[in-house]
Write a protein that binds this ligand. Sequence first.
Ligand SMILES: CC(C)(COP(=O)(O)OP(=O)(O)OC[C@H]1O[C@@H](n2cnc3c(N)ncnc32)[C@H](O)[C@@H]1OP(=O)(O)O)[C@@H](O)C(=O)NCCC(=O)NCCS
Length: 245
Amino acid sequence: MDRALRFFAPPSAPARLASAVRAQARLLTPGDLSALLELEHEKWNAVQAASRAQLLARIEAHPELAIGAFCVHTGKLLASLFLKPVPDDFDRNADTWQACVAAAPLSDSRSLFGISLSSRDAAGVDALFAFFWPRALARGWRYIYLGSPVPGLRAWRRHHPHGNVEDYVYRRQGGRPLDPQLRYYHRRGFTKIVGVKRDYFPHERSLDYGVLLRCTVPLSLLAPVWRRLPAAWITGVTHTFASFL
Ligand SMILES: CC(C)(COP(=O)(O)OP(=O)(O)OC[C@H]1O[C@@H](n2cnc3c(N)ncnc32)[C@H](O)[C@@H]1OP(=O)(O)O)[C@@H](O)C(=O)NCCC(=O)NCCS
């Protein structure tokens, strides 16, 4: 089974049941801004966190690409994801997070850039992607890029003062990236490293480096098929595939 499928799939059996009842995703609206700000400040520091105005701008710019996952019992926001369309040769020019966010969006590309993913509960991330997967297929999205911090870099450098950043980024342990956050994304289907970017985003433990990763939307090669199917059918297909994992 395509490793990338795991990114979009609910977790394995017992956890799946728990997640399914705990988190539900939907498109975000301006009414979610207070909850988004609270999550933002819980997961990012004062320099990194988006402001209310920036969050609102993201929702307004691409309402179909601003997604939140909520606890079905309390209504609490568990995770948020903001995406934007980018050119298909995006990785060639994506030098800093700021530049990626500021770049003019495209309406006819097959590629997306993940402006931000924030989560306080992994069930929320599962719900976000289970929600997004059929929509991505229906719309014809093929690639998702994101810039990941490498939070283990600073500590690694202390022990390898002459080591270069690429050595760390490409280093594997048991076949998976050494860095905990690259490992996290690898597990979720972002297996392709397309660039290592200096001064990408202010992040102390990453020494301000970012690693541009790419995930191929599972089953997206069959775009002509998905275009002809009703949305509910595509959702059914993605649920079926996810349940094989
Ligand atoms: C990255 C993030 C979205 C993951 O959320 P999640 O799906 O709820 O998963 P968790 O936070 O429980 O982390 C899952 C695993 O990845 C590891 N991981 C993820 N990000 C990590 C980081 N920055 N540093 C260390 N470990 C990290 C965790 O240690 C955990 O490992 P475990 O399963 O062995 O305990 C969330 O931690 C977050 O919002 N972080 C801050 C913002 C951020 O870095 N966003 C991504 C930018 S592209």
